[in-house]
Design a protein around this ligand. Structure first.
Ligand code: PLP
Length: 374
């Protein structure tokens, strides 16, 4: 029996960097500054260089990163925050906690990211409900940036805040500009399975505004003022551990190579998979980091079965759009409904994607998928 092929192989990556990670952890144990130690500052500087974002404020996880943005903007009761329905729960989860109302939008059938036309319709929906449109949280699904030029045009016209949920897309590009610079705020996650992941939870917010960056630094530390025992606003305890920052610095050092490898594998898949299988499309000018490689197939069960019997892992991201999930059914959706999100949820399937897939493994995945659709 040939060895199984994992969806994401974190062990293969660890093998490559284990010695450097061990040394990095040892350095933290030696200096003992476990909270906001020197590695946290260094990581924020290096991420700023890497993304081109002027300010990077790390925090405890990608969900908190979104919450911190909501808090920094004073989003609350009476406000509408737009989010795609075809996403991970965290994108919308943070909105009701502020008192604001999430309104679910539909996505584009080719890119799986927010359809700008759905945002236009959502503005009408919000006003019909007597809500003030405040922000749109655009999700770079599976590593692919949204259509930010189109979203920016609408946001500027309407005075909407444009937030990029880049939990899956750190390192991706639009016209040569990296994620982190494409919206008013960009949030990301360092959850282990994300393209840049640590060995626990972690996250960050990126912005070009020095004032907002200062505010975020206060908010992530209980709303502290100049003196940490004079708390000048309501905040969170949401700091990135020094230990995780030290690990991330070692992972960031190989991240450019990993992004190149992911794109090579994606090109290979694109070339070798039967051309009649629909997959997430990358429009001209965009560069994905391929957090997932996702197909749209008529009968998902057949592909799952063929892959399983050939030792190839698959996963379904996401089997239910947000607006159909039990805890979220009561929130409003864009007028006209969300036919694309509902269809994708029924037909998507993700196949193995990580930087350490060998050519042989790629061929085995292609064979398994091809046998199922032939
Ligand atoms: C993973 C993820 C998040 C949340 O990140 P955590 O670090 O797990 O809190 C938010 N949005 C999207 C789209 C994600 O995939």
């Amino acid at each position: 029996m040939t060895a199984p092929i994992a969806l994401i192989d974190l062990a293969a990556q660890q093998l490559k960097i284990r010695d450097r990670v061990d040394d990095a952890i040892k350095r933290v144990l030696d200096h003992g500054q476990y909270i906001l130690g020197p590695e946290v500052t260094k990581l924020e500087e290096e991420l700023s260089d890497f993304t081109g974002a002027d300010h990077v404020v790390t925090c405890a996880n990608g969900t908190d990163a979104l919450s911190l943005v909501m808090m920094a903007e004073g989003i609350g009761e009476g406000d509408a925050v737009f989010a795609p329905s075809f996403t991970f729960v965290a994108t919308a989860e943070v909105v009701p906690a502020t008192g604001a109302t999430p309104i679910f939008l539909d996505v584009d059938p080719d890119t799986f990211t927010i359809d700008p036309k759905s945002l236009e319709a959502g503005l009408e929906t919000a006003r019909g409900l007597g809500l003030k449109p405040r922000a749109v949280v655009a999700v770079d699904l599976f590593g692919l940036p949204c259509d930010y030029p189109a979203l920016r045009k609408i946001a500027d016209r309407e005075g909407l805040l444009l937030v990029a949920d880049a939990a899956q897309s750190l390192g991706s590009e639009l016209d040569g500009m990296r994620t982190g610079t494409l919206a008013d705020y960009t949030t990301t996650s360092f959850f282990p399975a994300k393209p840049l992941g640590c060995y626990g939870d972690g996250g960050a917010v990126m912005t070009s505004s020095p004032e907002k960056a200062e505010l975020l630094r206060s908010l992530r530390f209980h709303g502290k003022g100049a003196d940490k025992y004079d708390n000048v606003r309501l905040g969170l305890n949401s700091r990135l551990d020094t230990m995780q920052a030290a690990i991330l610095l070692e992972k960031l050092a190989i991240f450019e190579d990993e992004i190149r490898a992911r794109n090579c594998i994606a090109d290979c898949y694109a070339e070798k998979l039967p051309s009649n299988i629909q997959r997430q499309k990358v429009p001209r000018g965009l560069k994905s980091v391929w957090a997932q490689f996702t197909l749209v197939v008529e009968d998902r069960h057949v592909v799952q079965t063929a892959c399983r019997s050939n030792g190839v892992a698959t996963a379904v991201y996401y089997p239910l759009p947000m607006h159909q999930q039990t805890g979220y059914k009561s929130f409003p959706v864009v007028q006209g409904g969300l036919p694309v999100s509902e269809k994708l949820a029924k037909h998507v399937i993700s196949i193995p994607m990580h930087p350490y897939l060998s050519n042989d493994q790629v061929d085995r995945v292609v064979e398994a998928v091809t046998s199922a659709v032939a």
